[in-house]
Design a protein around this ligand. Sequence first.
Ligand code: AMP
Length: 190
Amino acid sequence: MLNIVIFGAPGSGKGTQSERIVEKFGLNHISTGEVLRTEIKNGTELGKTAEGYISQGQLIPDALMIDILASVLDHFKDSKGVIFDGFPRTTRQAEALKVMLNERGQDVSVMIDLDVPEEELMDRLIKRGQQTGRADDNEETIKKRLVVYQTQTAPLKDFYRNEGTYYHINGVGSMEEIFGKITEALEKVK
Ligand code: AMP
C-alpha cells in the first residue's frame, strides 16, 4: 500500500502532480476540494454549507471534513494506495487520518511537501482564476487562503517530520522536473 499525502499551499501544484502520480502508479486519488466543488455544483445541502466557507477562503470544519474523507475512503477498500490531495489541512485531520488508516492496518507512507514561494503562488492562482473561473481564485480570497495555510496547515510539516514521513520538494520548476523528483521519492518508499 502506497498512501501519499500530497501537501503544499494553494497553487503549489498538488492537483496537477496528483494526476501524473495516478497515471504512473495506478493509485486512487482523493481531492477534498474537488469533492466539495462537485457537491456545490450539484446543489446538495453539503455543497451549500461548504460554499459559505470556501468563498471566504476558510476551512470546512474538521468534524464535517473527516466524515467526508471517511466515506470516500470506504470506496477504496481494494486499492493499491491512495493520494490524499488537500487533506489533511489541520492537525486534527492528520490525527484522524492516521487513526482511519491504522484501523485498516495501514499508515501514510510519505508526505510530499511541494514548497513554492508566496509571490509565485499568488501569480499562479490569479492566472488559474482567469483561465478556469474558479470562484475562490480571486486576489482577496487567495490572500485569506494563504493566511489559513500558514496558520492552520503549515504546522503539519512538523507532524509528519515527527512521523518520519516528511519529504520536501522544491515546487518551482517545470511540471516534468517536479514530477521526476516526486517519482524519485516514491521509488524510495515503495
Ligand atoms: P482545494 O481545491 O484543495 O484548494 O480546496 C478548496 C477549498 O475547499 C479550501 O479553500 C477549503 O475551503 C475547502 N477544503 C478543501 N479541503 C479541505 C480540508 N481538508 N479541510 C477543510 N477545508 C477544505
